[in-house]
Design a protein around this ligand. Structure first.
Ligand SMILES: [Zn+2]
Length: 82
């Protein structure tokens, strides 16, 4: 869940893990730890036509979540280290 100081300019005020409620530390509007952000734009063939759902998960909750998948996630390595 993301809260913005200014909704239009998308200045982040707060990120909270939707699963455990942990607040992700921000520094100058930038998350100090990695967060999974999911978004689904439901369309005509769903029962949520026109709804946009979004959520954030801390890394721990993400790891727990993907362990429940019948088919594991695709993992690729990137050389882009920030
Ligand atoms: Zn969490």
């Amino acid at each position: 869940m993301r809260k913005y100081v200014n909704q239009k300019e998308k200045n982040l005020q707060k990120i909270v893990c939707n699963k455990c409620g942990k607040e992700i530390i921000l520094e100058n509007g930038i998350a100090k730890e990695e967060v999974f952000h999911g978004e689904a734009r439901w369309g005509y063939f769903s029962e949520k036509d026109g709804e946009i759902h979004s959520f954030d998960l801390c890394e721990e909750c993400y790891d727990q979540w993907i362990k429940t998948f019948a088919v594991g996630v695709t993992v690729e390595n990137t050389n882009e280290l920030i």
